[in-house]
Design a protein around this ligand. Sequence first.
Ligand code: CP
Length: 321
Amino acid sequence: MARHLLTLRDLAAEEITSLLDEAQAVADGDIPALNGAVVATLFYEPSTRTEMSFEQAARRAGAEVLHCDVEHSSVRKGESLVDTVRTFAALGTDVLVLRHPASGAPALAARHVRCAVVNAGDGMHEHPTQGLLDLLTVRQVKGRIAGLRVAIIGDVVHSRVARSAAWGFSRLGASVVLAGPATLLPVAAPVPGVEMTVSLETALSGADVVLALRLQRERQAAGDIPTSTEYTRLYGVSDPVLRRAKPDVVVLHPGPANVGVEITAEVAYGPRSAIIRQVENGVYVRMAVLRWALAPRTVRHGDAATPRRSPQGQHAAPVVG
Ligand code: CP
């Protein structure tokens, strides 16, 4: 049985903590052995960090990478998502890493393939590995998650990053507040127990963590924000507004950042920023997730150095150490 990672909502606190522990072990030099596993990356939306870090994670752990350039694939001839993922499975994929503009696309894919599916960001739904790397980064900086106040600022309604972070931080005992203009907040809190406010000052008050979100122009309707200048004046994360947060506040941004719009250069590149650390942790988290996704099919160390093949010609059990 494959183990899919589709949302953080689906994971219990213990499972999230275990993945963070495993990612930290990777960060400390304990690289998993994914010998013989085939990791396919299928991104229907642009990406730098997520796609590159999954591929880097797979290669560093000794897996094969099957990279799909969607723009030059048969998707452009009209091939459906289901037929595309079934094709990847037939090519021997063990873990399919999928980014798609439609919320729920990875869940749909998971119903049609026997390999593991990892959600690399689906529409406005979730981005679970981003949530994990945000958690890992904060845990490294603060030493804990429980009891922290986490302010998530900006284009909340369009943000899969916000949703996964809200689930992850809440589940591990942080208090989460979502803040932005009313047009960029959901009508109801997407995660039980999280606060919502249009007041940046309220959200930042006493915050231990500030997660600034990218303005998702590609998903916004005309009129969601009057102008980016006005947005910056009211909701931009800057040194002056951060005075309301705790003095040792850590600032996150999933990237790519519109520097000068949702976050100033002084904050993005300043001493409180953990943005580059987030990118580095992305590789560790994704190695841990690849191993986790493959773990149900783990075979003993020392078994076949090359993957066994099923009668259908698909890889059966990769060697996972
Ligand atoms: N954070 C994130 O998903 O970035 P990319 O779009 O560059 O992968």
